[in-house]
Design a protein around this ligand. Structure first.
Ligand SMILES: NC(=O)c1ccc[n+]([C@@H]2O[C@H](COP(=O)([O-])OP(=O)(O)OC[C@H]3O[C@@H](n4cnc5c(N)ncnc54)[C@H](OP(=O)(O)O)[C@@H]3O)[C@@H](O)[C@H]2O)c1
Length: 251
């Protein structure tokens, strides 16, 4: 393990975020990890990783749809460091209590659009607002948000999934816009979106029936791919979206 390289991972209670925390610690890619989720005290898997890796993992409560919790987390992070090397936005919603992805226009509901956009699109942007000061240093750093191939406008052949597709397309635009601003003030930060593949988590569970077995990744496989992609990113990649295999996903 080299110099102090600190990661902030938001959306770490389960699924891809939990595995990112585990692998960042186990591979030594990060010397320390600050992981957030809505209810850290109830995130038992995250707490057991924290116990195993004490004192390298600390947890914070953040609900990405509540700006005050993001601001409070940034204040707490500022009490222990002025530099971050990774900011990884993982939290995402596709379905929840009483809603799922829309098959057709008649299923579109404003309150669902609001919830999904708040987490998937606004979340990473508001994290950037409060955390970008931690990226103003001379070391290489990464600001990555978990996106999805279905957020690509040019790749949209099937339609449907209005809220999820729209929120990830908006997220991708925020990624690009943020990359331009950070290009002026945090010159060594690479800002990207990342598509993890189809991954065996609660988010994909209701839709796994149509996915061939070899195309459904475990969280372990997906995160191994994502960390390899992150490792290979160059300054020219900033503002773009990449899939798990390193290929660029067109807007
Ligand atoms: N799985 C896939 O096949 C797939 C494919 C493409 C893209 N992705 C993207 O990958 C990311 C991770 O997905 P996943 O499959 O790991 O999903 P998951 O297992 O359902 O986990 C979702 C995470 O988001 C968190 N979250 C939801 N709403 C939140 C909020 N308001 N504030 C803070 N955290 C919140 C959840 O925390 P709580 O425990 O607090 O609910 C949980 O940690 C998402 O952005 C998703 O869109 C996944």
């Amino acid at each position: 393990m080299g110099a102090d390289r600190i990661a902030f991972v938001q959306g770490a209670s389960r699924g891809i975020g939990l595995e990112l925390v585990r692998q960042l610690l186990e591979t030594g890619a990060a010397s320390r990890v600050i992981a957030s989720c809505r209810e850290p005290d109830r995130a038992t898997k995250l707490q057991s990783i924290a116990a195993e890796h004490m004192p390298r993992l600390t947890t914070l409560a953040v609900d990405v749809s509540e700006e005050a919790t993001i601001a409070e987390a940034a204040t707490r992070v500022g009490q222990v460091t002025d530099k971050l090397h990774f900011i990884l936005n993982v939290a995402g919603v596709l379905h929840g209590e009483g809603f799922g992805p829309e098959k057709r226009l008649s299923q579109v509901r404003p309150e669902v659009l609001k919830t999904v956009f708040e987490v998937n699109a606004f979340g990473p942007l508001i994290v950037a607002k409060h955390f970008s000061s931690f990226l103003r240093h001379d070391d290489r750093s990464i600001f990555a948000s978990l996106s999805a191939r279905v957020g690509s406008i040019s790749d949209n052949r099937l339609g449907g999934w209005y809220a999820y597709r729209g929120s990830k397309a908006a997220q991708n635009m925020f990624t690009k816009t943020l990359s331009i601003e950070l290009g002026h003030v945090a010159r060594n930060t690479i800002v990207v979106g990342l598509h993890p593949g189809t991954v065996d988590t609660g988010l994909s569970e209701p839709f796994q029936g149509s996915v061939p077995k070899e195309k459904l990744f475990s969280t372990k496989q997906s995160v191994e791919h994502l960390l390899a992609v992150i490792d290979g990113l160059t300054p020219q990649d900033t503002g773009k979206v990449f899939a798990w295999d390193g290929s660029e996903i067109p807007p």
